[in-house]
Structure formats: C-alpha cells, structure tokens
Design a protein around this ligand. Structure first.
Ligand code: SF4
Length: 340
C-alpha cells in the first residue's frame, strides 16, 4: 500500500477528487499529517467517516516499525522497518536544545565506497518520498526537543534517487506543515555531477555537501569507485558552476584515514585543490568498519592537518565522531543486522 506521505498537496487533491471529496479537505489532511503528526486515519476528526475509510483502503499512514539500536552521548540510532522487509537507519544527533536527523535516501547503495558499510551490503531499492518523510516523523516522535535540521547522509546516494529526494525536501520545507527551512536541509553526494547540475537549477536554498575524502585522483579512486567516472577536476568545475548559479558555499567532507590521506603533504594537496574556491571543509575521523583495514589518525595528526587548512584561510571543522560505538557510521547498523 502506498504511503500517504509520498503525496504532495496537488496529488492529495487529485485523490480527493477521485473519491468525490472537496479540495478543501487537502488542507485538513495536511494539517493532520504534518502539524498534528497523527499516525491513525481515525484521528482525523474533522474528516467524514466515509472519506477516512476510502483513504485508509488505499493509503497507509504508519509505514513502519522501529527498532532502537543504541544511545551514545545523546546520539540515538534506530532502524525503521518497511513492509517489504527493507530497513533504513536513522541517526538523531543532539545540538544544544534541538536535534539534527540523518536520513537515508535508498535501501542500500550502489557506490561501494571502501570505508562505508552500506557499500558492502549492496543496493536494494530507492525509497519513496514518503519513506524519507517517515524517517523524519519517526525521529521527531522520539526526540525530546525539536528536530530542526535534516541531513541526507544516511544510506544511499541522494542524487541516485533524485526525484523522490526533491519531493521529500519540498514536503519537509512546506510552510503549512513541517516547515523545515531549506537552509536547514543538507544533501550529501559522493560526487554525481549530473545531480549537482540539476540541483543548481532547482531554486532551493538547501545546503550541498560533497564527499571528497581524498586530496588527489589516485587516492579518491582507491576509496571511492565512483571517482573513476567522475574525476576531481570535473567535480570541481561542477561545484564552481553550482556556486555561480546559487551563491551557496559547498561543504567538502573529508574522512581522515591514518597513513592514507592524513599527511601534511595531503593537506597541502587538498589546499591546492580548494584554495580561493567556494568550499568549507569538514574533517571526519574514520569510524571503524570491519571490512576496511583503515584506522583513525592520532588526534595530533588531525589537528595538524586542520591547522594547515585553517592557516591558509579555509573554513574548516573537525567533526566529533559521536556514535562510533553504536555503529553510527553510514550503513553500519543495517549491515550488521543483515549479517544476523
Ligand atoms: S559513502 Fe555514501 S555513496 Fe559511498 S557507499 Fe556509503 S552510502 Fe554509498
């Protein structure tokens, strides 16, 4: 059964028309779904019983069961189970008196990055827009403070499920509903140039984050098979064009891996790639994955790497890798569950 959360307002109005119900009911349904966040058709008290029956016969309102997986320093990770047996993982990250939720865009991933458990587990299917929204709603129902930010950094490559991700973003962003500001939504890509080009034309103020993870083409190809098709040089051109179109700075994600991409030389190589360009850099200590032999660098090494960039005027942060004990690296939880 299709999830009602996969429908935008126009589509709900169209469904109502087919059921012989007036268009003004769309606003009422939207309000129940995204302001009151009900999970039962019968809770929609101002809808006629007949319409509730019609809707419930064709559309599901509560898609999934949830398994809580762990809590480390306030970072909560859980698995959402869909009716067809697929699972996605959601991470709820505290930040002062609010939360950021990290959502998945696909069940599994095709891109097989060496340090990522999702890549090892393989690809199952794209998520519907409603299955992405369901992750946000589930997180919001479990949080003890508002979930104000959404990052597409869970399982999957968002640009490989482009239309559903864009639809979900527009539903999240809708002023009459969840009203998550576009600037509080981040899309993270492994570097699909066509996706970057399309996003630039969407007229959405969302944040874009690029998983670079390497200071040169050779290391990037070793870590990320996608790099053999989308070169660093071409990616940087696409990013520059994206900035020219949107005036929005791009965040580069760079996972620091001991002895592979964490040397002073690597920092200078990275600097050469990005100096005077529209980037900020987010350094991430490697989270251990059983299938990848890499290790996290010493803290001192990471700080030295960071200093080289900072001293050259780059806006750089070193991410706190909270959640590594609860398998919070991308895809690790779903993968360990599949193993079982
Ligand atoms: S890092 Fe992202 S793109 Fe790469 S395998 Fe994992 S989920 Fe896929």
């Amino acid at each position: 059964m299709k999830l009602i959360h996969s429908l935008n307002k126009e589509e709900i109005t169209e469904v109502l028309k087919q059921f012989g119900a007036p268009a003004f009911r769309t606003k009422q349904i939207w309000n129940w779904l995204y302001v009151n966040k009900v999970t039962n058709w019968d809770d929609m008290a101002n809808l006629p019983a007949k319409l509730r029956t019609q809707l419930s016969s064709e559309y599901s309102i509560s898609p999934a069961s949830v398994d809580e997986a762990g809590n480390e320093s306030g970072t909560l990770k859980f698995l959402l189970n869909f009716d067809d047996g697929e699972q996605v993982e959601i991470v709820l990250i505290p930040a002062r008196k609010r939360y950021t939720v990290c959502v998945s865009s696909q069940a599994g991933c095709k891109y097989k990055c060496a340090f990522c458990a999702s890549g090892q587990a393989g690809f199952s299917r794209n998520l519907e827009a409603g299955e992405i929204i369901a992750q946000y709603l589930q997180a919001a129902s479990m949080a003890d403070a508002p979930v104000t930010h959404v990052v597409f950094m869970g399982i999957g490559e968002p640009f490989d499920n482009y239309d559903n991700v864009m639809k979900a973003i527009r539903i999240l962003n809708d002023k009459d509903g969840l009203n998550i500001g576009a600037r509080r939504i981040t899309i993270s890509t492994c570097g699909l140039i066509k996706g970057i080009e399309k996003l630039a034309k969407e007229n959405l103020q969302v944040e874009l984050s690029l998983s670079l993870h390497a200071p040169n083409q050779r290391i990037r190809e070793y870590l990320m098979p996608v790099a053999s098709k989308e070169s660093i040089a071409d990616l940087l051109v696409a990013c520059r064009e994206y900035f020219a179109e949107t005036k929005r700075i791009i965040t580069l994600e760079y996972t620091l891996i001991k002895g592979l991409n964490d040397s002073e030389h690597n920092a200078h190589q990275l600097l050469k790639l990005i100096r005077h360009k529209p980037f900020r850099v987010n350094l991430i200590p490697l989270s251990p994955v059983a299938e990848f032999q890499g290790e996290r660098p010493e803290k001192e090494t990471m700080l030295e790497f960071m200093d080289i960039l900072t001293n050259a005027g780059v806006n750089v942060t070193l991410r706190d890798s909270r959640g590594s004990q609860i398998k919070a690296a991308c895809g690790q939880l779903r993968y360990s569950n599949k193993d079982k």
